[in-house]
Design a protein around this ligand. Structure first.
Ligand code: FES
Length: 111
């Protein structure tokens, strides 16, 4: 497990970005997003062109702070499921990252 941050450091709605190291030493950019009490983790990799989703580091939500937004071409994703609901990758989805909350900390299982 890799600790990321305290739960209270992610606003609801809000988001944050992290770079974690996998067990084979590679770096992986991930995001933690929260909206309507749903706290989720996803790989920071858009299924459309493979770009990182955040133009401003750590800001993954759209202006309404309801959906995950890809800043490159405007795809919108469900916070709860990661599925693309609008945009050029409609029907595709973000790769989930399993989060664990323990002792007030958000942690990710390192793969
Ligand atoms: S790279 Fe994300 S919508 Fe195009």
């Amino acid at each position: 497990m890799t600790p990321l941050c305290p739960v209270e450091s992610i606003e609801d709605p809000g988001s944050a970005g992290f770079v974690i190291e996998t067990t084979d030493g590679r770096k992986r950019a991930i995001m933690v997003v929260q909206a309507n009490g749903h706290l989720r983790g996803y790989v920071n990799h858009c299924p459309h062109r493979g770009h990182p989703l955040d133009f401003t580091p750590g800001r993954f939500l759209d202006m309404t702070r309801t959906f995950v937004l890809c800043a490159s071409h405007g795809a919108l994703f469900s916070v709860e499921t990661g599925r693309c609901l609008a945009g050029p990758c409609l029907g595709d989805g973000l790769d989930p990252v399993a989060l664990v909350v323990a002792g007030g900390m958000i942690m990710v299982e390192t793969t």
